[in-house]
Design a protein around this ligand. Structure first.
Ligand SMILES: Nc1ncnc2c1ncn2[C@@H]1O[C@H](COP(=O)(O)OP(=O)(O)O)[C@@H](O)[C@H]1O
Ligand SMILES: [Mg+2]
Length: 156
């Protein structure tokens, strides 16, 4: 199932993240595909804020690769940029955290060699026109029955 959302500005990206966060459950995997500057980190920060985090505490894991948070909820934030193509959730230890009930958000997920289907929602963020514009096209894609139900209710 695919759902395309037209984003007109930064606030729309935050609204989308907030509404998805409200539907999120333990063990969810949210894959964020998209080039530099499309808004992946912005999405993760707004998502985390909706779960009760201080936005400033969520820092981009560009160098650490994976950041783990245990409070107020179990959350994992990864950035595969430095790994590049062939990245693997199992060898990075991410799968283990998902199994433990962490909600996992993964930036640059287009680099993953394999993508699980269960509890997985994939967001593809694209610039609509030129890079300087605030407009984005976000495509939500899932094969998971529960996510299908959840994204059918998403509105921004
Ligand atoms: N609609 C939008 N959604 C997200 N970010 C936007 C939007 N419009 C402009 N921006 C800007 O684009 C940049 C996105 O950066 P970031 O979230 O770090 O992207 P990424 O993690 O994908 O590289 C930020 O500076 C943000 O203010
Ligand atoms: Mg980023």
């Amino acid at each position: 199932m695919e759902k395309v959302i037209y984003i007109k500005n930064l606030n729309d990206t935050k609204k989308l993240a907030t509404s998805l966060a409200k539907f999120s459950q333990k063990g969810d995997l949210i894959l964020l595909n998209g080039e530099l500057g499309t808004g992946k980190t912005t999405f993760v920060k707004a998502f985390s804020k909706a779960l009760g985090f201080n936005e400033e505490d969520i820092t981009s894991p560009t160098f650490t690769l994976v950041n783990i948070y245990d409070s107020p909820v179990k959350l994992l934030h990864a950035d595969l940029y430095r790994i590049g193509s062939g990245a693997d959730l199992f060898s990075l230890g991410i799968e283990e955290y998902i199994d433990k009930g962490y909600i996992a958000l993964v930036e640059w997920a287009q680099y993953l060699s394999e993508v699980p289907e269960e509890q997985t929602l994939t967001l593809t963020l694209e610039f609509k026109d030129i890079n300087l514009s605030h407009e984005r096209i976000v495509t939500l894609y899932t094969k998971d029955p529960l996510w299908k139900q959840r994204i059918s209710q998403i509105e921004i």
